[in-house]
Write a protein that binds this ligand. Structure first.
Ligand code: ZN
Length: 281
Protein backbone atom coordinates (compact mmCIF):
# COMPACT_ATOMS: atom_id res chain seq x y z
CA UNK A 1 0.00 0.00 0.00
CA UNK A 2 2.74 2.40 1.01
CA UNK A 3 4.63 1.57 -2.17
CA UNK A 4 1.60 2.27 -4.28
CA UNK A 5 1.14 5.72 -2.72
CA UNK A 6 4.80 6.48 -3.25
CA UNK A 7 4.52 5.36 -6.87
CA UNK A 8 1.52 7.61 -7.47
CA UNK A 9 3.32 10.54 -5.90
CA UNK A 10 6.33 10.01 -8.12
CA UNK A 11 4.35 9.46 -11.31
CA UNK A 12 3.97 13.08 -12.48
CA UNK A 13 7.72 13.58 -12.23
CA UNK A 14 8.41 10.33 -14.08
CA UNK A 15 6.04 11.45 -16.84
CA UNK A 16 8.22 14.50 -17.58
CA UNK A 17 11.42 12.56 -17.60
CA UNK A 18 10.54 10.30 -20.58
CA UNK A 19 13.46 9.83 -22.93
CA UNK A 20 13.59 12.36 -25.75
CA UNK A 21 15.33 11.96 -29.12
CA UNK A 22 18.89 13.13 -29.65
CA UNK A 23 19.42 16.58 -31.13
CA UNK A 24 21.01 16.87 -34.57
CA UNK A 25 20.69 20.35 -36.08
CA UNK A 26 20.93 19.40 -39.77
CA UNK A 27 18.41 18.84 -42.59
CA UNK A 28 16.44 15.70 -41.60
CA UNK A 29 17.40 16.14 -37.94
CA UNK A 30 15.78 17.44 -34.76
CA UNK A 31 16.38 20.68 -32.87
CA UNK A 32 15.45 20.90 -29.17
CA UNK A 33 14.88 24.47 -27.97
CA UNK A 34 13.75 25.82 -24.61
CA UNK A 35 10.62 27.90 -25.21
CA UNK A 36 9.55 28.88 -21.66
CA UNK A 37 9.93 28.24 -17.96
CA UNK A 38 8.16 25.15 -16.63
CA UNK A 39 5.94 27.00 -14.14
CA UNK A 40 4.21 28.96 -16.94
CA UNK A 41 1.63 27.59 -19.37
CA UNK A 42 3.01 25.74 -22.38
CA UNK A 43 3.43 28.16 -25.30
CA UNK A 44 2.20 27.37 -28.81
CA UNK A 45 5.12 27.02 -31.19
CA UNK A 46 5.19 27.13 -35.00
CA UNK A 47 7.93 26.41 -37.50
CA UNK A 48 7.38 27.28 -41.14
CA UNK A 49 3.69 27.77 -40.29
CA UNK A 50 3.35 24.28 -38.82
CA UNK A 51 2.57 23.52 -35.17
CA UNK A 52 5.56 22.12 -33.23
CA UNK A 53 5.59 19.61 -30.37
CA UNK A 54 6.21 21.13 -26.90
CA UNK A 55 7.01 18.96 -23.89
CA UNK A 56 8.27 19.50 -20.38
CA UNK A 57 11.90 18.73 -19.64
CA UNK A 58 12.90 19.19 -15.99
CA UNK A 59 12.49 22.97 -15.43
CA UNK A 60 11.39 24.19 -18.83
CA UNK A 61 9.19 23.76 -21.87
CA UNK A 62 11.08 22.28 -24.76
CA UNK A 63 10.12 22.41 -28.45
CA UNK A 64 11.12 19.42 -30.61
CA UNK A 65 11.46 20.76 -34.14
CA UNK A 66 11.63 18.44 -37.12
CA UNK A 67 13.93 19.92 -39.78
CA UNK A 68 13.02 18.98 -43.38
CA UNK A 69 15.63 17.29 -45.58
CA UNK A 70 15.08 20.21 -47.97
CA UNK A 71 15.99 22.86 -45.32
CA UNK A 72 18.83 25.22 -46.24
CA UNK A 73 21.77 25.40 -43.82
CA UNK A 74 21.87 28.68 -41.85
CA UNK A 75 19.55 30.58 -39.57
CA UNK A 76 15.94 29.50 -39.06
CA UNK A 77 13.29 30.83 -36.72
CA UNK A 78 10.48 29.57 -34.49
CA UNK A 79 7.34 31.52 -33.69
CA UNK A 80 6.51 31.21 -29.97
CA UNK A 81 3.08 32.35 -28.78
CA UNK A 82 2.07 32.28 -25.11
CA UNK A 83 1.89 34.02 -21.75
CA UNK A 84 0.67 37.23 -23.43
CA UNK A 85 3.53 37.58 -25.82
CA UNK A 86 4.67 36.52 -29.25
CA UNK A 87 8.34 36.21 -30.11
CA UNK A 88 10.71 34.69 -32.63
CA UNK A 89 13.47 32.35 -31.57
CA UNK A 90 16.43 31.84 -33.88
CA UNK A 91 18.34 28.61 -34.35
CA UNK A 92 20.98 27.36 -36.75
CA UNK A 93 21.05 24.41 -39.13
CA UNK A 94 24.38 22.97 -40.21
CA UNK A 95 24.90 21.31 -43.59
CA UNK A 96 24.84 17.54 -43.99
CA UNK A 97 25.79 15.67 -47.15
CA UNK A 98 23.80 12.43 -47.43
CA UNK A 99 25.26 9.70 -49.67
CA UNK A 100 23.58 8.45 -52.85
CA UNK A 101 22.08 4.99 -53.24
CA UNK A 102 21.34 3.25 -56.55
CA UNK A 103 18.69 0.54 -56.50
CA UNK A 104 17.40 -1.79 -59.18
CA UNK A 105 13.66 -2.41 -59.03
CA UNK A 106 12.67 -5.45 -61.06
CA UNK A 107 8.92 -4.75 -60.89
CA UNK A 108 9.07 -2.19 -63.74
CA UNK A 109 5.59 -0.75 -63.11
CA UNK A 110 6.88 0.50 -59.74
CA UNK A 111 9.22 3.02 -61.42
CA UNK A 112 7.89 3.89 -64.89
CA UNK A 113 5.14 2.88 -67.31
CA UNK A 114 2.29 3.38 -64.84
CA UNK A 115 -1.14 2.54 -66.27
CA UNK A 116 -4.11 4.90 -66.01
CA UNK A 117 -5.45 2.76 -63.14
CA UNK A 118 -2.07 2.82 -61.34
CA UNK A 119 -1.96 6.64 -61.53
CA UNK A 120 -5.51 6.87 -60.19
CA UNK A 121 -4.59 4.65 -57.28
CA UNK A 122 -1.34 6.52 -56.56
CA UNK A 123 -3.33 9.79 -56.43
CA UNK A 124 -6.00 8.30 -54.10
CA UNK A 125 -3.25 6.88 -51.84
CA UNK A 126 -1.64 10.31 -51.61
CA UNK A 127 -4.89 11.94 -50.48
CA UNK A 128 -5.50 9.32 -47.79
CA UNK A 129 -1.92 9.38 -46.47
CA UNK A 130 -1.81 13.19 -46.46
CA UNK A 131 -4.87 13.08 -44.20
CA UNK A 132 -3.18 10.57 -41.87
CA UNK A 133 0.02 12.64 -41.72
CA UNK A 134 -1.92 15.81 -40.79
CA UNK A 135 -3.18 14.38 -37.48
CA UNK A 136 -2.50 16.55 -34.41
CA UNK A 137 -3.55 15.51 -30.92
CA UNK A 138 -3.10 17.75 -27.89
CA UNK A 139 -1.71 16.41 -24.65
CA UNK A 140 1.21 14.33 -23.46
CA UNK A 141 3.56 12.66 -25.90
CA UNK A 142 5.54 9.43 -25.81
CA UNK A 143 8.93 9.80 -27.50
CA UNK A 144 10.57 7.03 -25.49
CA UNK A 145 11.10 4.68 -28.44
CA UNK A 146 12.65 1.24 -28.90
CA UNK A 147 13.41 -0.32 -32.30
CA UNK A 148 10.15 -1.68 -33.79
CA UNK A 149 11.81 -4.73 -35.36
CA UNK A 150 14.68 -6.93 -34.35
CA UNK A 151 16.59 -7.07 -37.59
CA UNK A 152 19.48 -5.69 -39.62
CA UNK A 153 19.87 -1.99 -40.37
CA UNK A 154 19.74 -2.18 -44.16
CA UNK A 155 19.38 1.44 -45.31
CA UNK A 156 19.84 4.78 -43.57
CA UNK A 157 17.62 7.84 -43.55
CA UNK A 158 18.32 10.68 -45.97
CA UNK A 159 20.06 8.79 -48.80
CA UNK A 160 19.65 10.37 -52.24
CA UNK A 161 17.87 7.69 -54.19
CA UNK A 162 17.96 6.45 -57.76
CA UNK A 163 15.59 3.70 -58.83
CA UNK A 164 16.82 2.13 -62.08
CA UNK A 165 18.96 5.30 -62.45
CA UNK A 166 15.91 7.61 -62.22
CA UNK A 167 16.30 10.19 -59.40
CA UNK A 168 13.55 9.91 -56.76
CA UNK A 169 12.77 11.59 -53.44
CA UNK A 170 15.42 11.08 -50.74
CA UNK A 171 14.95 8.13 -48.37
CA UNK A 172 12.52 9.43 -45.73
CA UNK A 173 12.82 6.51 -43.31
CA UNK A 174 15.07 3.90 -41.79
CA UNK A 175 15.10 0.38 -43.27
CA UNK A 176 15.35 -2.65 -41.01
CA UNK A 177 15.63 -5.93 -42.91
CA UNK A 178 14.16 -9.07 -41.36
CA UNK A 179 12.50 -12.23 -42.74
CA UNK A 180 8.85 -12.01 -43.81
CA UNK A 181 6.67 -12.67 -40.78
CA UNK A 182 9.00 -11.11 -38.19
CA UNK A 183 6.85 -9.21 -35.66
CA UNK A 184 6.70 -5.39 -35.86
CA UNK A 185 6.11 -3.89 -32.40
CA UNK A 186 4.96 -0.43 -31.34
CA UNK A 187 8.14 1.52 -30.40
CA UNK A 188 6.19 3.55 -27.80
CA UNK A 189 2.59 4.04 -26.74
CA UNK A 190 0.26 5.58 -29.29
CA UNK A 191 -2.99 5.37 -31.22
CA UNK A 192 -3.49 3.81 -34.64
CA UNK A 193 -4.46 6.60 -37.07
CA UNK A 194 -4.70 4.72 -40.34
CA UNK A 195 -4.04 1.34 -41.91
CA UNK A 196 -4.10 0.63 -45.63
CA UNK A 197 -2.64 -1.01 -48.69
CA UNK A 198 -0.87 1.56 -50.85
CA UNK A 199 0.69 1.28 -54.31
CA UNK A 200 4.30 2.15 -53.39
CA UNK A 201 4.21 1.67 -49.62
CA UNK A 202 2.31 -1.62 -49.52
CA UNK A 203 0.56 -2.54 -46.27
CA UNK A 204 1.02 0.43 -43.97
CA UNK A 205 0.20 1.49 -40.39
CA UNK A 206 0.33 5.07 -39.03
CA UNK A 207 0.66 5.69 -35.27
CA UNK A 208 0.07 8.92 -33.32
CA UNK A 209 2.34 9.44 -30.30
CA UNK A 210 0.97 12.93 -29.54
CA UNK A 211 1.38 16.50 -30.87
CA UNK A 212 2.41 15.60 -34.40
CA UNK A 213 4.91 12.94 -33.35
CA UNK A 214 3.78 10.20 -35.73
CA UNK A 215 5.35 6.99 -36.95
CA UNK A 216 4.64 4.84 -40.02
CA UNK A 217 5.35 1.20 -40.88
CA UNK A 218 5.56 0.30 -44.57
CA UNK A 219 5.75 -2.83 -46.77
CA UNK A 220 4.15 -4.99 -44.05
CA UNK A 221 3.05 -8.55 -44.69
CA UNK A 222 0.23 -8.68 -42.17
CA UNK A 223 -1.48 -5.84 -40.26
CA UNK A 224 -3.00 -6.84 -36.91
CA UNK A 225 -4.29 -3.46 -35.69
CA UNK A 226 -7.08 -1.16 -36.87
CA UNK A 227 -7.67 2.60 -36.76
CA UNK A 228 -8.59 3.76 -33.25
CA UNK A 229 -6.64 0.98 -31.47
CA UNK A 230 -4.52 2.18 -28.56
CA UNK A 231 -1.13 0.46 -28.26
CA UNK A 232 1.59 0.32 -25.63
CA UNK A 233 5.31 -0.05 -26.26
CA UNK A 234 5.94 -3.62 -27.46
CA UNK A 235 2.38 -4.34 -28.66
CA UNK A 236 2.29 -6.06 -32.08
CA UNK A 237 1.27 -4.00 -35.14
CA UNK A 238 1.76 -6.81 -37.67
CA UNK A 239 4.68 -8.43 -39.45
CA UNK A 240 7.54 -7.60 -41.82
CA UNK A 241 6.80 -8.15 -45.51
CA UNK A 242 7.65 -7.04 -49.04
CA UNK A 243 4.46 -5.37 -50.22
CA UNK A 244 4.72 -2.28 -52.47
CA UNK A 245 7.96 -1.00 -54.02
CA UNK A 246 10.73 -3.08 -52.44
CA UNK A 247 13.83 -5.10 -53.24
CA UNK A 248 13.24 -7.60 -50.40
CA UNK A 249 11.47 -8.05 -47.05
CA UNK A 250 12.12 -5.16 -44.66
CA UNK A 251 10.40 -2.51 -42.57
CA UNK A 252 10.60 1.03 -43.89
CA UNK A 253 10.06 3.04 -40.70
CA UNK A 254 9.20 6.74 -40.83
CA UNK A 255 9.02 9.16 -37.89
CA UNK A 256 7.38 12.57 -38.33
CA UNK A 257 7.60 15.77 -36.30
CA UNK A 258 5.62 18.83 -37.46
CA UNK A 259 4.64 17.01 -40.72
CA UNK A 260 8.32 16.40 -41.44
CA UNK A 261 10.05 13.01 -41.75
CA UNK A 262 13.10 13.06 -39.45
CA UNK A 263 15.85 10.51 -38.87
CA UNK A 264 14.29 7.66 -36.79
CA UNK A 265 17.79 6.69 -35.59
CA UNK A 266 17.74 9.79 -33.34
CA UNK A 267 14.94 8.12 -31.32
CA UNK A 268 16.66 4.73 -30.88
CA UNK A 269 20.32 5.59 -30.42
CA UNK A 270 20.52 2.81 -27.79
CA UNK A 271 19.49 0.17 -30.41
CA UNK A 272 21.30 1.40 -33.53
CA UNK A 273 24.67 -0.21 -32.78
CA UNK A 274 23.05 -3.62 -32.21
CA UNK A 275 21.00 -3.41 -35.44
CA UNK A 276 24.01 -2.21 -37.43
CA UNK A 277 26.29 -4.95 -36.00
CA UNK A 278 24.25 -7.49 -38.02
CA UNK A 279 25.77 -5.99 -41.18
CA UNK A 280 29.20 -7.24 -40.15
CA UNK A 281 28.28 -10.89 -39.59
ZN1 ZN B 1 13.12 2.45 -46.90
Amino acid sequence: MMNKILFLLLLPIAAWAGKLPEQLAVPGGIVKIGVGEGHTNAPKVFYDGKRVLVTKDEQSWLALVGVPLSAKPGQHSLQVIGNNEERNLKFNIADKEYPAQHLTITKKRMVTGFTEADLKRIEADKIEMTKAKAVWSEGPIDADFVAPVDGRLSSLFGLKRYFNEIPKNPHNGLDIAAPTGTPILAPASGKVINTGNYYFNGNTVFLDHGQGLLSAYLHMNEITVKPGDVVKQGDPLGTVGETGRVTGPHLHWIVYLNHTPVDPALFISQDIVRLDARNKK
